[in-house]
Design a protein around this ligand. Structure first.
Ligand code: GTP
Ligand code: MG
Length: 148
C-alpha cells in the first residue's frame, strides 16, 4: 500500500492541533504507520525543502520548521499521497477549501500548519529522510478498510 509523509509543523503542534489532524487521517481510513515528535535540526529542514532553495521565502521557511517541535508521520493506504494532499488543502490557506486542514485552521502561507508529500517519489525520499531508522512492521486491520 502507498505511503505518504505528513508533518504537523511547529505552529500546528504549538496550537494543539495534533489530535485534530490525526483524527482526519484516521477517519478517512488511513493507517498510522509511524509517528514521532521531533525537534528539527537545521540540516534536516534544509534537506527536506531542498527543492525550494532558490525561493526568496526559503530562509524564512527553514526558520519556521526549526522553530519548535514537529510531529512527523507516515500514513499508509490507497492513494494516500494524492488524498493526503486533498485532506491538507491548497498551499495558500486563503485559497484552501473549507473542510481541509489548512482551509479550516490557518491563514498565512508561511504558517500553513502541515506538510504532505506531493508525489509517491517525494514520499519515498521524505520517509527515508525523516525515518532513517526504518518503519516497524506492524500491520493494521486492513480487512476492515479494503475489500481485498
Ligand atoms: P508542503 O506540504 O509544506 O511542501 O507545502 P506545499 O507542497 O503545499 O507547497 P510547496 O512545497 O510549494 O512549499 C513548501 C512550503 O513553503 C509551503 O507549505 C509554505 O509553508 C512555504 N511557502 C510556499 N510558498 C510560499 C510563499 O510564497 N511565501 C511564504 N512565506 N512561504 C511559502
Ligand atoms: Mg511541497
Amino acid at each position: 500500500l502507498e505511503q505518504t509523509f505528513i508533518m504537523i509543523k511547529p505552529d500546528g503542534v504549538a496550537r494543539g492541533l495534533v489530535g485534530e489532524v490525526i483524527k482526519r487521517f484516521e477517519q478517512k481510513g488511513y493507517y498510522l504507520r509511524a509517528l514521532k515528535l521531533k525537534n528539527v535540526e537545521r540540516e534536516l529542514a534544509e534537506e527536506h525543502y531542498v527543492d525550494l532553495k532558490s525561493k526568496p521565502f526559503y530562509p524564512g521557511l527553514v526558520e519556521y520548521i526549526v522553530s519548535g517541535p514537529v510531529v512527523a508521520m507516515v500514513w499508509e493506504g490507497k492513494q494516500s499521497v494524492v488524498t493526503g494532499r486533498k485532506i491538507i488543502g491548497a498551499t495558500n490557506p486563503l485559497q484552501s477549501e473549507p473542510g481541509t486542514v489548512r482551509g479550516d485552521f490557518c491563514i498565512d502561507v508561511g504558517r500553513n500548519l502541515i506538510h504532505g508529500s506531493d508525489a509517491v517519489e517525494s514520499a519515498k525520499r521524505e520517509i527515508a529522510l525523516w525515518f532513517p531508522e526504518g518503519l516497524s512492521n506492524n500491520k493494521p486491520f486492513l480487512k476492515w478498510i479494503y475489500e481485498s
